[in-house]
Design a protein. Structure first.
Length: 301
């Protein structure tokens, strides 16, 4: 019997725990069962108490104190320890039925999703047939304020694409905290961020103003000699790298975003519907039979 889950991930400050809390509240209001798993060994406060907390197994604070590691190294150690003690997950998750949505709240250290192989190994364990057999999807959150700094937005989008390639599971990307940028970006421009457009860097108001002040054109920037000291000091190489990253993302055409405002119940419900589609949650549910009195009322109508 398959189980169903969503792994909520993204960089620090993207609103992962807030989204998890809003998702749990929405599920409870709609009388759906959920199981909340905190896999962030540094998390301290929760709106909803986790049903399973990695800190019952190991905490980042203890690792840093006893092992003399920094925050990032300590986090990697915590996940390596978790991979050596997977019974901690199995014992709690094995008895769950297909009615539950298992919500994994992940830490914000980006290296977990880009080049460290621990998380892909964990995903393979969770999804393996004959074991927990969880139909799992990833929800990658990126803070909507990134769109104010377009180079930063493409950097975040590149990390989202890297996570998609690393984890190899159904994946949705979400622009969180949309309420913070409602008055800063026109709807026409926002569409170009929802499906990332490499031309956004050329149209960046800050970049347009800089080129105008320097008397440069887009062609001048693209054709600048990277060995030229003056061009280097003007950041030409940096801008060419940004442009190459943006074109890579646009050419692969793998990343598109959903908009999220956790204060809007309809927005949270829309995200949940995408999650359900990814994991085929509704297809596994048994049709509910009408009670006798409800059936009689329908016949009378």
């Amino acid at each position: 019997m398959s189980k169903f889950g969503v792994m909520v991930m993204g960089p620090a400050g993207a609103g992962k725990s807030t989204f998890c809390a809003s998702l749990i509240t929405h599920l409870q209001l709609n009388r759906r069962s959920c199981f909340y798993v905190n896999l962030d060994p540094a998390a301290e406060t929760f709106e909803h108490t986790p049903d399973l907390d990695i800190k019952e197994l190991i905490s980042l604070e203890d690792v840093m104190e006893e092992m003399g590691l920094g925050p990032n190294g300590g986090l990697i150690y915590c996940f390596e320890f978790l991979m050596e003690n997977l019974d901690f997950l199995t014992e709690s998750l094995d008895s769950l039925t297909e009615e539950y949505l298992i919500i994994f709240d992940m830490p914000g250290q980006i290296e977990l999703y880009t080049h460290v192989p621990i998380l892909p190994a964990l995903v393979r364990f969770l999804t393996r047939s004959g074991s927990l057999d969880i139909r799992l999807c990833a929800a990658y959150l990126l803070e909507a304020t990134f769109i104010v700094d377009r180079a930063k937005f493409f950097s975040g989008t590149l990390s989202a694409m890297s996570a998609m390639l690393m984890l190899e599971i159904p994946h949705i990307n979400i622009l969180s905290k949309m309420d913070l940028v409602k008055d800063q970006v026109r709807k026409k421009d926002l569409k170009r961020f929802i499906t990332p457009d490499g031309g956004l860097l050329d149209d960046d108001p800050a970049e347009v103003a800089r080129r105008k002040e320097a008397g440069e054109t887009v062609e001048d920037v693209e054709s600048a000699n990277p060995q030229d000291k003056d061009a280097l000091m003007r950041g030409a190489g940096f801008r060419r790298l940004n442009k190459a990253v943006a074109n890579l993302i646009e050419n692969f055409s793998m990343v598109s975003y959903l908009k999220l405002d956790v204060q809007d119940e309809d927005s949270v419900g829309a995200i949940l519907s995408y999650i359900d589609d990814c994991i085929q949650y509704n297809e596994a549910q048994e049709p509910k039979e009408l009670k006798d009195e409800e059936f009689d009322d329908d016949m009378e109508d």
